[in-house]
Design a protein around this ligand. Sequence first.
Ligand SMILES: [Zn+2]
Length: 410
Amino acid sequence: MQLRYNYRVYPTPAQQASLARAFGCARVVFNDGLRARQQAREAGEAYLSDGDLSKRVITQAKQTPEREWLGEVSAVVLQQALADLNVAYRNFFTSISGKRQGRKVAPPRFRSRKDNRQAIRFTANARFKVLDNGRLRLPKIGDLAVRWSRHLPAAPTSVTVIRDAAGRYFASFVVVAADDPLPPVDAEVGIDLGLTHFAVLSNGKKVAAPKFLRRAARKLRRLQQDLSRKQRGSNNRKKAVVKVARAHARVADSRRDWQHRLSTRIIRDNQAVYVEDLCVVGLGRTRLAKSVHDAGWAQFVQMLEYKAARRGRTFAKTNRFLPTSQTCSTCGRIDGPKPLSVRSWTCPCGAVHDRDVNAARNILAAGRAESLNACGAQVRPAPLPAPRREAGIRPDAVRSTRSVEGISVP
Ligand SMILES: [Zn+2]
């Protein structure tokens, strides 16, 4: 399985300048490629193949006076920028043709110098290297100081260098790690991603988001209000933007750490883990409530999924639309909708239910049933790519609430 390992790196001012140049070149190649495809489309020409595009916006472009500076950065960085564009296009195509499940994918967009997150990727071809002295050698950038917060378990196949909105730099390594199954246990669990709690387990445990996180979120909201009162284009606004980005990064980091501990514990203690599909959750719940936990849930479910795969546990999202909070988990009777204020209820069969725990039990039952239907195979054998987003990064930290946070490996 491919896993990501993320570390903070500390480039010198000269290295920061080289990185800025590389970010810029990667962006230009990406945008040139996007423009070339858009123009071909408007002219009614065929879709430019990956190979043709690479020739045009990298190889040939370097020969022109307007783009000869592309030669100053590693060619791999430029190829990888185009590879990103190609993937974005393919995702878009499979999405409009209906071959891709889940949320609709928008066509690729131009990258901007003002994007909060800048990134470049080096593959093995680029001959990046972790040196014996612990520095990370990147072609045409130099030897970067790395804070090795944990051990890298194998030689990495690629490294992405990121600058986030708070001005921090990270190296995100992709490592192919062997599966590491845990000894089997009997317990199985259903998880209700609740409104009053972050998660409620079918065994009755309720997990609230920790106080420090809620406090940090409140502080962040205040900083954002400060920001919104600053005049556009002013220096004070720029300062406030950085402040918000830093606070965002801190909240995201501590939330991720906390979710790592929680997901590791759940995977360790249970042989099978079932959660409601988040799309289904979205249908049944109000927008507001969803937005409160949304990013956090998606990241958490992703953690459960890859940890289960690596640790030899069963993981499944219950896919069917189930009225999990209306159904009695004892007798199966559907007792009608209940307003959110109803925290517990008694079924005519005599069972007394805590609303959330009952929902989690129904999710567990649904997960088990679907697993059996699939003859013991995984309910939905979802492909497990390397978690793509890097830790410590909020792609649109300042201007958007859409972004989903990255994940890293504990
Ligand atoms: Zn009942």
